[in-house]
Design a protein around this ligand. Structure first.
Ligand SMILES: [Zn+2]
Length: 248
């Protein structure tokens, strides 16, 4: 039978609870910059959407300005050809000028229709631009609130961690050094769980390892009932204890 004797079995169980709390605090602290980055990334993405909406609006406005210039050009063409019309004597040249004027007028009509369509598009784009601006402002305010809360949480956790580590050191000082060393190594290799409470099935009365859930032999079930002793799980090598023995 494999057992680990320790007068500090109860202290070791308590130590593991504190180590778990310390690990959780460390995870919380190291999670702060990660969360801050995610919040900032979301804000930058929103800003990029805002910038795209603004550029779309500006492109439409430029297009409208260009169309207006071309309308002015077409009007100038019409006026020029009308002046020429008064000067030509030749019938064919007269007809050709009339045709030119007709073409200019058709071009102008087409451009004017385009401008009307562009005005509608500009209205929609301006609404979207305004909405994006408002959303960016809202997201920025939310980002600032969340960042401040996260930073406060991080500072609080850092303070709690310092206290927890001091308490852990004090508790560890009362535990046999070689046992502590074995515990630390086991905990590091067993996902933070070196000592495992035995699970007692209420219906069958059977015992199993609280770490790997392997059923315990009758001999192991006897071992875990001894005070100041850990039985070793044959499957996962964790040190097993009964809550009733540790706290009894
Ligand atoms: Zn086990």
């Amino acid at each position: 039978m494999e057992i680990v004797h320790s007068v500090s079995a109860k202290a070791l169980v308590e130590l593991q609870k504190r180590d778990a709390a310390i690990a959780a605090l460390k995870a919380k602290i190291s999670g702060v910059p990660v969360k801050l980055k995610a919040i900032n990334d979301a804000f930058e993405a929103k800003k990029a959407a805002m910038s795209a909406a603004r550029q779309a609006l500006m492109a439409l406005q430029a297009k409208k300005k260009d169309a207006e210039l071309r309308i002015a050009e077409a009007e100038e063409g019409i006026r020029k050809h009308q002046r020429e019309l008064n000067m030509v004597k030749d019938n064919d040249a007269f007809k050709a000028l009339l045709k030119e004027i007709e073409n200019d007028k058709a071009a102008k009509d087409g451009l004017e229709t385009g401008v009307l369509e562009l005005l509608e598009e500009i209205d929609k784009a301006a609404v979207k631009d305004k909405a994006e601006q408002a959303e960016v402002a809202a997201v920025a305010a939310q980002r600032d609130r969340e960042a401040a809360a996260l930073e406060a949480e991080g500072r609080e956790a850092a303070g709690t961690l310092a206290e927890a580590e001091a308490g852990r050191a004090e508790l560890a000082a009362g535990i046999e050094a070689d046992l502590l060393e074995r515990y630390d190594a086991l905990r590091a290799s067993r996902a933070g769980l070196a000592v495992a409470a035995v699970h007692v099935d209420q219906a069958t009365g059977r015992y199993s390892c609280g770490g790997c859930h392997m059923g315990l032999t009758p001999q192991k079930a006897l071992d875990v009932k001894k005070p100041d002793t850990f039985a070793v799980c044959p499957e996962c090598r964790r040190w097993l204890y009964l809550e009733t023995v540790i706290n009894g």
